[in-house]
Design a protein around this ligand. Structure first.
Ligand code: PGA
Length: 263
């Protein structure tokens, strides 16, 4: 279990799913489902990451209904403003009350060829605007074979933190690429081994105090059936959930992992 002082975070990455109308119905149902189950947001924080076009609707609903859900974008520009067609500035995300932003997801690294340096600049842009970056790192199956379990995630995180001022709040997600959308999650032992190595990186770069306060999530085929065993590991402080975050019953059950840690 996460150490005392680190509130577990369950984050739903919707990817390119649900338009703004669907997002409203979905968030309402999710909030009802968690309310019915008496979910205590103080013990487990919940964040959702809808597409950019949904954010205004999600913000309006969450503020009107005073929901405890946090939210943010799935990506952000490293630039402040200007001639960057299609890009979204951290300032715009902050203006919509985003608390977090996902940066460096493997689909961005692979499909959009994002480099470690670009990711570091995005992380810095988010921090400048008071948004907590949720930094994703993870190795491919080939990396795992060639370099072992921690080398690539450690190198990616070291690069991503290059421009982060000391004592800054960040969230890290370890997402092995081979586990994303594959149905084959890392074992709790594998997740713990890499999470521990990532915490050591944070300690080296940002100091021991920040390292012990930073949430390190696991992502990749997280389901209601495997969350409890992952969350039993001391360095795993939550999950970044893709596919299962689009199923309200499944996602609610993941959020309520404390109810089934004993099972
Ligand atoms: P998955 O995706 O839960 O569908 O494996 C996780 C992610 O890509 O963040």
């Amino acid at each position: 279990m996460a150490a005392v002082g680190r509130v577990p975070l369950i984050a739903g990455n919707w990817k390119m799913n649900l338009d703004h109308l669907q997002s409203i119905a979905f968030v309402q149902k999710l909030a009802w489902s968690l309310k019915d189950a008496h979910h205590d947001y103080a013990t487990t924080e919940v964040a959702i990451f809808p597409p950019f076009t949904d954010l205004r609707s999600v913000q309006t609903l969450i503020s009107a209904d005073k929901l405890d859900l946090a939210f943010g974008g799935q990506d952000v520009s490293a630039e402040e403003s200007g001639a960057f067609t299609g890009e979204i500035s951290a300032r715009f995300l902050k203006a919509l009350d985003s608390s977090y932003v996902i940066i460096g997801h493997s689909e961005r690294r692979t499909l959009h060829h994002e480099t470690d340096d670009e990711i570091a600049r995005k992380v810095a842009a988010a921090i400048t605007h008071g948004i907590v970056p949720l930094i994703c790192v993870g190795e491919t199956a080939a990396d795992l074979e060639e370099f072992g379990p921690s080398a690539v995630p450690v190198a990616q995180l070291t690069a991503a933190l290059a421009r982060v001022p000391k004592a800054t709040d960040v969230v890290v997600a370890y997402e092995p690429v081979w586990a994303i959308g594959s149905g084959l999650a890392a074992t709790p032992e594998q997740a713990e081994q890499v999470a521990m190595a990532l915490r050591a990186v944070i300690s080296d770069v940002l100091g021991a105090g920040v390292a012990s306060a930073t949430r390190i999530l696991y992502g990749g085929s997280v389901k209601a059936a495997n969350i409890a065993s992952l969350m039993r590991e001391p360095n795993v402080d939550g999950a970044l959930v893709g596919g299962a975050s689009l199923d309200i019953a499944e996602f609610s059950s993941i959020v309520r992992f404390l109810k089934h840690v004993g099972t």
